[in-house]
Design a protein around this ligand. Sequence first.
Ligand SMILES: C[S@@+](CC[C@H](N)C(=O)[O-])C[C@H]1O[C@@H](n2cnc3c(N)ncnc32)[C@H](O)[C@@H]1O
Length: 509
Amino acid sequence: MSPAAPLDLGPVEEFLEERLGLSRASLHLGADLEAVLRERVRARGCADLDAYRRELDRPEFARQELHVLAGQLTVGETYFFREWSQIEACIDVAMPERFAARPDGDPITVLSAGCASGEEAYSLAIALQGAYPGLVPNRIRVVGVDVNPLGIQRALRGRYSEWTLRAVPDDVRKRCFVRAGEDVGLRREIAGLVDFKVKNLLEDDPAFWRPGAFDVIFCRNVLMYLAPQKMVELLERFAGALAPRGFLFLASSESLRATSAAFDVAHTHGVFYYRRSAVPTAPARRVPGDAARPRAWVSSIHEASARVAEVAQRVSPSPRPGATRAPGEARKAGAGRPLGPAELAAIERALLLIGGERFADAMTALAALPPEAASDARVELLRAVILCQQGDLSRAERACRNALDAGDDGAAHYVLGLCQEQAGDTAGAAQHYKAAARRDPSFAMPHLRLGMLARRAGDMKTTRDELARASELLVAEQHERLVLFGGGFPRATLIGLCQAELRTQGGRG
Ligand SMILES: C[S@@+](CC[C@H](N)C(=O)[O-])C[C@H]1O[C@@H](n2cnc3c(N)ncnc32)[C@H](O)[C@@H]1O
């Protein structure tokens, strides 16, 4: 195999999508796939990539290679107490119900599915042990699984960098961690609270996934990397293995949308979560997006370029007349030329694909645009949303900067805030949400996020003020911004979340 000859990655990508569930786009996020495969071809002594692909049909070869490839291709970004509100919701709402549902003393099992290097599973164990002293690990079991064997090795070692502890409160740090050179180690009694296993969530294992095995599943920042059909398969697996009315927590940027009829959505503590339906319904065996509603988007493309133009305009309106631009925010030469009907149709198509969580396809739709249109603020914004959803935060931030540079009116600041929140920089995120709200005072979403951040920081007055503002603005929030930023939830559900939170806070609701 000549090192310079480009490889046809398609057949191996197809194999990896089938076996690991990762979408084609996410196979390229963790590493340079081509370089990784060249190295595997060499390491296994195969003549070329075709020969390597044929070898993958042998079960033992495939098992070994999936182990190695999962270690190199998955994105394991995580940190302790990444989403405190969800852990609080688990303790305050899910656990009391699960204790009541298991009165005979059967263990209550909490699964961290896609636990990376263990921070999420340990955060749950630490918080549950604090809330229910003495009950972890016998009455409450915490299990962490991940397909990446290196992640599980790190979890078992229990040593972490200071950076992964950035959201850990001081008292928890003192109680649960000790210094270990430059790193921080988990105290032995804490490390023993979680069972870790290397496990591919997409692989059959009837004993592990037996009906009712789990009371609560945390599967955060995993679905976003999966191919749509694989996401459907995994949700079916979760529905089968959760106890009736068991709890499923996803990341705040993820949602089930229309992919599964086996779950009901609910909210508490400012977060959404899902309950397995009491009587399992036949799962919706379909993928979101085109396949689910072909007529809707096909006709929308053909119908009205005028409507499309309006839509595209409303997603990210042109700068206000006289709006000042910070130094360095000069509009790019050539950006902002009026887009033609075909380009606007491509934007509309990308929007619809994003609405169906078909992020890779949405990116392909945008990639087909001519270079002049590709630097348009609206296009850069959609690109930023997609990259942020795919967890590719540095490229998402670059796209946001490009969007701002090309005249975006605030939504790009909102996406920058989401990126910084995902990276654990809540102060930076708040700055961007405030900038987004300043630039477009009718934009509800920044107020919603600012309310949630304030809630997490214990600042109840700001929580009430921001959620009240979000609740008011959501009534008239642009449909397209709900599609892009509403996490798949309809307007009424988002308003309901704000109102419920305001009632809890004793404010107006
Ligand atoms: C971004 S991390 C999320 C970590 C943690 N849940 C969080 O939210 O902080 C995504 C994890 O999903 C894991 N993953 C991806 N596909 C998987 C599969 N098929 N089976 C098990 N784990 C998988 C990756 O190895 C990676 O560790």
